[in-house]
Design a protein around this ligand. Sequence first.
Ligand SMILES: Cc1ncc(COP(=O)(O)O)c(C=O)c1O
Length: 459
Amino acid sequence: MEFNILKKTPLYNAYSELGRRLFLPQGIFYWSGRAKKEAEIIGTIGSAFGFEKDFIDGGSSEWLPCYLDELSEFFSVNVKQIVPYASIGGLNEIREIWKDWIVRKAKYDKNREKDLLLRLERYITKPIVTAGVTNGIYHSCALLLDSGEFIIAPNKRWGNYDNIIEKNIGARIKSFEFFSGQNFNLNSLDDAIKDVAKSQEKIVIILNFPNNPTGYVPTKKESNEIVSLLQERQRSLKKPIFVIVDDAYEPYVYTNDSSTRSIFYDLHQLEEDVIPIKLDGVTKELLMYGARIGFLTFGLKPSWTKNDEELEDLKSEINNKSEGLNRATISSCNHFYQTITQKMFKEKGIEKFLSSREKVFNLLKKRYEKINSELMKIDDKDISIDPNSGGFFLFLNLNPKKIKATEFGDHLLQKYKVGVIPIEKPDEGINGIRIAYCSIDLSNIPEVVKRINLALNDF
Ligand SMILES: Cc1ncc(COP(=O)(O)O)c(C=O)c1O
């Protein structure tokens, strides 16, 4: 593939050395594809197949990938849907299903917002399947960042970003101060963008709402302000701004004034080269943590292509790059769980699983309300709670002059038998504890807060 159209877009220039270097070699795929169509006897597939009766007592005459009999005790899904390799970019059916799901999650009204809906359907890539959102983070960062280059992230972020971006890829994180009081700190984000723009031809940002570890979700007003800032900066700097949108906790937003739609959608609507990349997956959305199925979707800009043909070619060129990276790293993702996900959508139906998930949502929402109201009762000027309205956690800041978060965490655990995650990053001005109320029963929340209060009084 020559990547002729891709080369004319800012995406290509923004690709890291690896991103530019990598592609999916045709070799065996070319020959196995042809063999499937043209051959009578296929000797291209690198996995063992046989007639089921030849390797399973009482098996059928069907030609199947060889599997161990014992395995069948654990599933009632057809062997063909779990044993073979899944395709590199993921099973086509589930990729199509997830694309529709992304469109649905925009919550555009079919009658009122027809244009937005059509634009969204047309200008997003078919999601590539990644090994969970974690691998989606790696995948998007590896494609965009060379070693030494900067990605902008809030100072309060999932700790694994540092592992993936700094340790694995060798890129650097430029932190911005997440909050100013109880609000998103737009100025700090802006300063970080201007700073990075001095040394880079592209700006890459990662945002995650609801956030881990704080539970922060921007209000609708704040979300609009973030979008406007990025639009304005793109215009003034004339450099593409890539926004990796980590939507791991997307459905879990508990208040009405918070933005319940991923920021991906508003960024996607901008004409400017503010280019969102959506990362989501079944981990939390379908509550299948061990499935390791995530999705990576590029938001494209209408100005990048002249007609339908170019647009389709661009999508397949971008897809090739991502399949190349999958092939070079994880090969492909878990077939069994792709099948299960597909069945959840097609056989069980979206409404069915949404109503089952509603029960979990309500449980979490009650805990969110309870833990916030209980913590608010603590009268202690040395603590503050970060703004939070979604996800699985909240973050309690401790005055570093008085209490070191790790010492507090240790004390809380030893004396009061309550486990939390202390996070102490003096360089980033962070000293506090992450409380995962997602795993604390409602009835225990007052007790947890009582013990936190007692522990605070010991310092
Ligand atoms: C912010 C954030 N992103 C991504 C992930 C990872 O998601 P997955 O389990 O799908 O890899 C997590 C998991 O804890 C997370 O907190």
